[in-house]
Design a protein around this ligand. Structure first.
Ligand code: GLC
Length: 803
């Protein structure tokens, strides 16, 4: 069964069957104001903080047929009475003659036809302006004049998202709604929790005259709430009750009567939903968007933003699904993960203290570096501000208050409250910023460490370089019995939580990779003593790694507190883990033979047709001594599931050993755009990477979950553009080093790099995966594979032939 198709010309995915297996969503706005909208028009909106400043009530766990956050009713006056339906399908569930949800870049547009009426609703947040716009156009496509009522509805959440569900006395006692006349028959519905009356007021209004309104859910649904969203009893009456609720479940509903709409004529109504400190700010905003021209301009600005963002890198390869992902959907997802980290999605509900993950954001930022490096730099500085003076980092932080947290580790008082990998990821993020921009001076900027004195001011600060070195020193000092980094509460794999004293082979490799990055930086600064020091550190860890971690055909993943291995042929469960294989290669620790053997073991033991599993076999029973991993049944998530974030690392490693066919096979088998025809198995959106797919030990092998907010996005993008297509920014220029499927004859990449645009054509006449490249830049032969950073604002032609 297919639920939609890709419309590449308009850069939209078009959902044509509203009954998708789960809701498919799209993001609008940013963390400053925004959230997501689902394909049936429901919306979860927040201003600044999903946990503490939520606007709409979107309960993800309710069945898909339920109303969530916002909807729209259309009511037609017929001889027999009123006919009420929703152009969004939910909540009235009528069988439309046509349904389309066009999932666009920063907007969704729902187009539907039913009962001789066409609705076209464009939902977006203007760039840099915190208000949700719904541009509603209703056309009479029947042959007779119609009386059409348009009733948009929003349901509010208490600003404290979790309190909404934990306190059914205080919350309803505080919820307030007031109606303000805006002239010309327009009404602005204000809504706030009492304590926010003078500081944070939600509003819902439109640019057209309304004849009545409703603010109380029980009154709107009717019959003491035995009326339903699918058939609200108040819509059986001519007018809504004009009731201003001073407690309870607050909604906003506006009744617009459009009398005698002629055949082919349309009515256009623009609704606005947002939050300001008070009525003056609200009126300023609504006055702006009452004018459809300003709405159109704002939509144009949105388009321009995405045009600019996407224009910085584009590809034309023989694989149309790869082109689609790299030209549109993957960079879009990278922008979303950069913005939202793991804060708010259908799966990450933003109710508590998740906020921005330190390791997550450090990786997400690398996925947008080639497009918005300046914004990337701002996020890196924030990350460095939550690094502690001892070099380790807070596990997560709130980007508004900059308050850090220790994450899930706090649930286990008996365990360490740091993660052994967090701080090392930022070293890679800094490296990625410098390679993209060439701005080595960034290393000398000062940034405070996390700890604050009694006045709330940071106690200590250091240069970015100092931050990087402290990260390395923390890991170097925090080593266990084998001279390998201790695990802390966990490493990248949050769910393996071993007793104090356990060591992590993954962190050993990440430390190795971070050392390589620091050595490169030191080289750029010509700091010979730093080069020597960190090269020694590197050699020392490489030795320990190879001495202890080799298991015969792959590298083990952990040593437990008593020295016993996990990820070894000696284990019954968790014999082999993916990350110690890929990262042994990425870090350069694996010897050439071991690299091949480790990657071969991944292929034979972990690969499936739907992606590579994280480990095998899965644990089968809860075992607190192993941690969270054993809370999952075998085949789910980290316990033997296909945890996609890890797959691009294997692609990178395969490319490093020259195996382009396999790197590409791994890329192709997880490309969501290629899943469009098997959605009933996959279930999630085919236009983004999910975080996980159930593995082959699970009866629902192939089922995806946790779409959108996953590190898969950044890494799949990096693996595809830098390792497979081989266009990689380096400290010294743009390196052309492809590792492609041998059957490819040629491909093109257009890329902006340090203020020059490079049109790169790569040909592969000998059908190789990898080889020395013969390079010509603007018709002039160049030795080696490095295209210079001209930084001259000009266009340059690059011809590369794989030999
Ligand atoms: C989730 C977390 C990420 C972690 C991964 C594996 O994606 O956000 O930080 O690395 O799970 O446990």
């Amino acid at each position: 069964m297919k639920y939609g198709y890709f419309d590449d010309a308009s850069r939209e995915y078009v959902i044509t069957n509203p009954k998708t297996p789960v809701k498919w969503i799209n993001y609008i706005g940013t963390l400053a104001f925004g959230g997501f909208v689902d394909h049936t028009g429901g919306a979860l909106l927040c201003k600044g903080d999903p946990s503490y400043n939520r606007i709409t009530r979107y309960i993800a766990q309710l069945p898909s047929s339920e109303f969530k956050g916002e909807t729209l009713y259309v009511r037609l006056k017929e001889d027999t009475g009123y006919k009420v339906f929703s152009p969004f399908f939910v909540p009235t569930l009528d069988k439309h003659d046509r349904f389309e949800c066009r999932v666009g870049l920063g907007y969704s547009r729902i187009i539907s036809e039913y009962y001789g009426v066409r609705a076209e609703v464009t939902i977006f947040v203007p760039p840099d302006d915190g208000v949700e716009i719904r541009d509603i156009v209703i056309t009479n496509i029947s042959k007779t004049p119609r009386s059409i009522d348009i009733i948009p509805v929003v349901e509010y959440s208490h600003f404290d998202a979790l309190k909404q569900f934990t306190n059914a006395d205080w919350v309803p006692q505080t919820m307030q709604s007031v109606c303000v006349d805006d002239g010309g028959g327009r009404k602005i519905l204000l809504q706030y929790a009492f304590m926010k009356r003078d500081t944070a007021v939600n509003y819902f209004t439109s640019n057209a005259a309304v004849s009545s309104f409703e603010t109380s859910r029980p009154v709107f649904l009717g019959d003491n709430e035995y009326g339903r969203w699918g058939r609200p009893l108040s819509l059986e009456k001519d007018e809504l009750s004009n009731y201003e609720a001073r407690r309870g479940d607050n909604i906003g509903a506006l009744m617009h009567h459009c009398e005698k709409v002629q055949p082919n004529a349309c009515v256009r109504i623009i609704t606005m939903l947002g939050q300001e400190a008070g009525i003056d700010g609200i009126k300023e905003k609504t006055a702006r968007y009452c004018d459809p021209k300003n709405v159109e301009n704002a939509f144009d600005q949105l388009r321009k933003f995405w045009d600019g963002y996407l224009s910085r890198l584009s590809v034309a390869t023989p694989d149309k699904d790869m082109n689609r992902m790299l030209n549109i959907y993957n960079p879009r997802q990278c922008y979303i993960t950069f913005n939202w980290s793991r804060y708010l999605s259908l799966y990450q509900l933003g109710y508590g203290n998740r906020e921005l993950g330190y390791r997550d954001s450090s990786q997400d930022v690398m996925g947008v570096m080639d497009r918005i490096a300046d914004k990337g730099r701002e996020l890196i500085i924030k990350l460095l501000q939550v690094q502690k003076a001892n070099g380790s980092a807070m596990h997560q932080f709130n980007p508004l208050t900059m308050k850090g947290g220790e994450g899930d580790s706090l649930e286990r008082p008996d365990m360490p409250h740091y993660y052994s990998d967090d701080h090392l990821w930022t070293v890679l993020a800094v490296g990625s910023y410098i390679k993209e921009t060439g701005n080595i001076a960034f290393l000398h900027e000062t940034v405070p460490y996390y700890e604050k004195g009694p006045s709330g001011k940071p106690i200590e600060q250091g240069t970015v370089w100092d931050h990087m070195l402290r990260a390395l020193e923390f890991t170097r000092k925090d080593r266990g019995a084998h001279g390998l980094p201790r695990l802390g509460f966990a490493d990248w794999n949050d769910s393996v939580n071993l007793k104090i004293g356990a060591e992590s082979l993954f962190t050993a490799c990440l430390y190795g990779k971070a050392l390589l990055e620091v050595i490169e930086c030191a080289r750029s600064m010509n700091d010979l003593s730093a080069i020597k020091t960190y090269a020694d550190y590197y050699a020392e860890m490489k030795l320990a790694f190879n001495e202890h971690a080799w298991d015969g055909a792959w590298y083990v993943r952990y040593f437990d507190h008593d020295g016993s291995p996990l990820g070894s042929h000696r284990n019954t469960h968790g014999k082999i883990y993916i990350n110690s294989q890929s990262w042994s290669v990425i870090s350069g620790f694996a010897t050439p033979q071991r690299a091949i053997s480790a990657l071969e073991s991944v292929h034979t033991m972990l690969n499936t047709s739907k992606g590579i599993k994280l480990s095998m076999p899965g644990f089968n029973g809860f075992d607190p001594s192993k941690g969270g991993i054993t809370t999952y049944p075998p085949g789910a998530k980290e316990n033997g599931g296909i945890f996609l974030h890890t797959n691009p690392w294997v692609m990178i490693a395969e490319a490093m050993v020259g195996n382009g066919d396999r790197a590409y096979e791994y890329y192709r088998q997880i490309n969501p755009a290629a899943k469009n025809d098997i959605i009933d198995e996959f279930e999630c959106e085919p236009y983004v990477y999910p975080q996980n797919i159930l593995g082959d030990e699970h009866p629902q092998f192939g089922l995806a979950r946790n779409s959108w907010l996953s590190g898969t996005s950044s890494w799949a993008y990096q693996a595809a553009t830098q390792s497979i297509l081989g266009i990689a920014p380096t400290y010294r220029g743009l390196r052309i080093d492809p590792c492609i499927p041998s059957e490819w004859k040629e491909y093109r990449v257009k890329r902006v790099f340090r203020n020059s645009t490079y049109s790169i054509h790569i040909s592969n006449p000998l059908h190789k995966s990898k080889g020395a490249v013969a390079l010509e830049v603007d018709g002039i032969k160049i030795e080696g594979n490095m295209v210079p950073a001209f930084a001259n604002g000009k266009d340059h032609k690059v011809e590369a032939v794989i030999q």
